[in-house]
Design a protein around this ligand. Structure first.
Ligand SMILES: Cc1cc2nc3c(=O)[nH]c(=O)nc-3n(C[C@H](O)[C@H](O)[C@H](O)COP(=O)(O)OP(=O)(O)OC[C@H]3O[C@@H](n4cnc5c(N)ncnc54)[C@H](O)[C@@H]3O)c2cc1C
Length: 380
């Protein structure tokens, strides 16, 4: 449904689609089975400008907008949810936080390395005891002269072991309301005390790197502090608004990929002497899928457009993520149903899409949390 896209975005979509068909589709199933992060794809992503989509050209970025970010993530997800998660979290969370709140020196160092593919960015908010209630974190950063000393455990951190730097959120003030005492720090992954203590085995997105992190007396200079002291939680909320558009786009791409597979299979597979595409029961699943995916796209593009025009978009980003992620799971599930028993085997990609899609209902705020955000705006 490209009719309203500016030419620059149409070209971008086609370029990323061609790249994914050529470089990713032939390998995605193997990467998933091996549960291996494909480091070899990183320089190619950098060459295409996909590791600095919204980063200014002076740091080697592509200087594009939120709509472009959504389109890139959608196209990656059509073929591979894991790759989409890598691209989404690197651009939106790790580098996004530096782009929005970093000093000139921090941007020069970290964004340049990020766009060149030398370092992927990770972002560590979640902890074993605090997920949806992210302000309830226990990780602390204590001032020691010109340094800060960070201690704690972070959970489910994407690129936590394969990135170059991680933006870590830590409590810096225990005497105020939880949200008012959190600060962000850029921690290079080679810093003593930073350890990926456990690689997590997952249901889906298996070739995306997800780890538990242990931070033990991690010492960083104050120049590594990102944003104002005690203001990190509020900054984080604005980073998540952008991130939610990208997770919605990831869901859309997974759903679109699943629908393509369903249409192809329904035309090829015959039962009772006719292609199964002739049966109304199959046609209705396809029609519902197409309709809901297009509706999801409209919600995503509205949220991206608001963001690009500098308007508030928190509620719209939550609506896009909530709807797109639930639609993606339904569409992948129906596509697997259309594939019958073959869809349940690993010979076809649809089972991987269904597994990958589920994360969109959980990461960067569960569907329940999105409903809370939407209702809060509605009732304000
Ligand atoms: C593959 C993967 C990658 C991830 N990447 C990152 C990353 O890079 N960085 C990072 O910081 N985090 C990351 N996360 C963490 C992710 O954001 C959290 O898993 C998510 O926010 C939910 O937190 P939780 O898992 O602790 O669930 P919980 O918060 O414990 O929620 C459990 C259930 O309770 C529900 N619930 C909780 N509170 C409420 C409420 N008030 N009302 C109604 N229902 C509620 C939830 O919706 C959910 O159904 C990742 C997670 C995964 C699985």
């Amino acid at each position: 449904m490209d009719f309203e896209l500016p030419e620059q975005h149409r070209i971008l979509r086609q370029t990323v689609r061609d790249f994914c068909e050529r470089e990713v589709r032939p390998k995605a199933r193997e990467w998933d089975r091996e549960e291996r992060f494909p480091q070899e794809i990183v320089p190619k992503l950098a060459e295409l400008g996909l590791l600095g989509i919204r980063i200014p050209e002076e740091y080697g970025g592509s200087a594009m907008d939120m709509l472009a970010y959504a389109i890139v993530v959608e196209e990656c997800a059509r073929v591979d949810g894991s790759l989409a998660l890598t691209v989404a979290s690197h651009n939106g969370l790790g580098t996004g936080h530096v782009l929005s709140f970093g000093t000139a020196a921090q941007k020069q160092k970290y964004l340049s390395k990020a766009t060149s593919g030398e370092w992927l960015g990770a972002w560590a908010l979640t902890e074993p005891g605090s997920g949806s209630d992210s302000a309830g974190m226990q990780t602390t950063a204590v001032r020691d002269g010109d340094d800060w000393v960070i201690n704690g455990t972070k959970m489910f951190i994407t690129q936590g072991s394969v990135g170059g730097f991680t933006v870590v959120l830590a409590r810096t003030n225990k005497d105020v309301k939880a949200q008012r005492g959190i600060t962000a720090f850029i921690v290079e992954q080679t810093t003593p005390g930073y350890a990926a203590s456990k690689k997590l085995e997952k249901y889906g997105c298996r070739s995306s790197d997800t780890v538990e992190l242990t931070l033990e007396n991690v010492r960083v200079a104050d120049s590594q502090r990102l944003g104002e002291v005690d203001h990190g939680f509020y900054d984080t909320m604005s980073i998540l608004d952008c991130g939610r558009i990208s997770i919605a786009a990831m869901a859309l791409g997974l759903g679109r990929g699943a629908l393509d597979m369903a249409v192809r299979y329904a035309k090829e597979r015959s039962q009772f002497g006719r292609p199964i595409a002739d049966f109304q029961a199959i046609q209705w699943m396809l029609a519902d899928a197409r309709t809901k995916l297009d509706a999801a796209e409209l919600l995503i593009h509205r949220a991206a457009d608001l963001a690009d025009r500098g308007e508030p978009f928190t509620q719209q980003a939550s609506m896009a993520k909530l709807f797109a992620s639930e639609v993606a799971t339904q569409v992948c599930n129906d596509s697997l149903q259309i594939h019958g028993g073959y869809g349940y085997t690993r010979e076809f990609d649809i089972e991987r899409h269904l597994r990958d899609a589920k994360i969109c209902e959980i990461g960067e705020g569960t569907s329940q949390v999105q409903r809370i955000v939407i209702a809060k705006h509605l009732l304000a």
